[in-house]
Every structure is written in structure tokens, then in C-alpha cells.
Write a protein of this length. Structure first.
Length: 255
């Protein structure tokens, strides 16, 4: 098989899949524990309002992402070996573009906080709560980078470990707030604002040092070029990427 087509060994792929699946199951278990604690502390009405606030924030977060995370994973995975400087430029462009979109959606969310509170929560006085939740978007911008790059680098075991620690930090914060008697609708939304930054710290530590944004060593021109191509979701003809050959398996012939 040519070097231009690199496939993981079967045992490695199975191990990565098992670690990823097991980590996701454990994360879901911790998330369930956190939701039970929050629901018991807030009651059905406030927990329902919290769910609506988080749903609004997640929709805004999806719009702020604008498909850039998928594109960045694709670029890093495609060029990490064939053109490492270009892959790093794509990573730098990703975090720069995400900063712009996160800021834009945060401002839009702040402007729409009052009508959203009146229309969805039925309580215009709750608009500060939605406005507070919108500050989650800059946190998501910071927290999305290490996971995106590690996905592109196929560092699935470290990514699974980071996810487990992320879930533990999430539940730990809720437990501390409940233990202190300070768990209410406002503090839970506030915790979710700072949570992405705090819970992504393990991923930042596990990320290879030369892939951290301040160590990418990418020139401004390369950053702009990669940013334009990332926004189009397709590299230019100057960066065609590694050759990918498709081989068709022929049925065995009878001897």
C-alpha cells in the first residue's frame, strides 16, 4: 500500500473505538448525576427554565460555529503529515475565525435577550438570565480549540481522557454549589458560562505544545490564506493535499 494512503492498524482502530465509546458512556453517566442533583435543587419550573436557556445558548453556539469546527478537523487531519505548516495555519485560522463569530453571536444574543425571555420563558424580567447565558459563547470559543485539533491529529485516547475529566469537573462544580446551598437558577447558568474554559483545561494540557495557538509560528499571510480557504470549507489548488488512491478488491478466483 502506498505511503500516500495510511490506514490505522486494525487493533489500534478497535482500541481507539473502545476507549472513545467507553469514555462517552461514562460521561453520560456523570452528566445524568449532575442533572439529577440540579433538578432536585431547582425544582421542575426553574430546571425547565434552565433547560430553555441552555437550548437557546446551544442554538447560538451552533450558529457561531458555522461549520468551522468540522472544516478545521478535516484540514488538520488531511494536511498534518503532507503539509504540517499549512495544517498549523488552518488551526490558527480556526481559532481566529471562531473568535469573530463567537463575539458576533454574543452581541446578537444580548440584543435579543429580552424578546427571547418574553417569548420563550414568559418572563421578560428573566432577560438578564439569557444575557448571562450568552457569555457562554466566548467560553466555547476557547474550549473548542484543543478538542478540534486533537480530533484532527487522531489523538482519540487523550481526547477520551480529556472528556472524562471534563465531565468530572462539570459534576464537581454542581456538587460544590449544592453542598454550599448556593445552587439556584442564576448560579447554575453562571457555572455553565465559566464551565467550558475550566473543563477544557485537561485538553489544553494534553494538546501537543507545538499545536497550542501561541506556538504555531504561523505568518499573518499564511493565516489569512488558510482562513479564506477554511471559510470556503475547501483548500485551494495550491494545497491539494495527499494523494488518495482507491483500490477495489477483486474476488478470489478458484484454483
Amino acid at each position: 500500500m502506498p505511503a500516500s494512503l495510511r490506514l490505522p492498524r486494525q487493533g489500534t482502530a478497535r482500541a481507539d473505538l473502545g476507549v472513545t465509546f467507553g469514555g462517552k458512556v461514562f460521561q453520560l453517566g456523570l452528566a445524568f448525576v449532575g442533572n439529577v442533583i440540579a433538578a432536585r435543587a431547582l425544582g421542575p419550573e426553574d430546571f425547565g427554565r434552565f433547560g430553555l436557556v441552555i437550548a437557546i445558548v446551544m442554538i447560538a453556539g451552533t450558529l457561531a460555529d458555522a461549520g468551522l469546527t468540522f472544516a478545521a478537523v478535516r484540514f488538520v487531519a488531511r494536511f498534518r503529515d503532507a503539509d504540517a505548516p499549512y495544517a498549523r495555519a488552518a488551526a490558527g485560522a480556526y481559532i481566529s475565525l471562531r473568535a469573530t463569530t463567537a463575539l458576533a453571536m454574543t452581541l446578537i444574543g444580548l440584543l435579543l435577550a429580552e424578546p427571547l425571555a418574553a417569548g420563550l420563558l414568559g418572563q421578560p424580567a428573566r432577560s438578564p438570565l439569557i444575557a448571562l447565558g450568552m457569555f457562554t459563547l466566548p467560553s466555547l470559543w476557547l474550549s473548542s480549540y484543543p478538542g478540534t485539533v486533537m480530533s484532527g491529529l487522531a489523538m482519540f485516547r487523550k481526547l477520551a481522557l480529556a472528556g472524562l475529566l471534563n465531565a468530572a469537573i462539570t459534576v464537581g462544580g454542581i456538587v460544590v454549589l449544592a453542598w454550599a446551598g448556593a445552587l439556584n437558577l442564576t448560579t447554575l447558568v453562571g457555572w455553565n458560562v465559566v464551565l467550558p474554559v475550566l473543563s477544557s483545561l485537561p485538553a489544553w494540557v494534553l494538546l501537543p505544545a507545538h499545536w497550542r495557538p501561541w506556538r504555531l509560528n504561523v505568518g499573518l499571510d499564511a493565516l489569512r490564506s488558510a482562513g479564506r480557504e477554511l471559510a470556503r470549507f475547501e483548500p485551494s489548488t495550491e494545497h491539494p493535499g495527499p494523494e488518495l488512491r482507491i483500490y477495489k478488491l477483486q474476488p478470489a478466483t478458484a484454483q
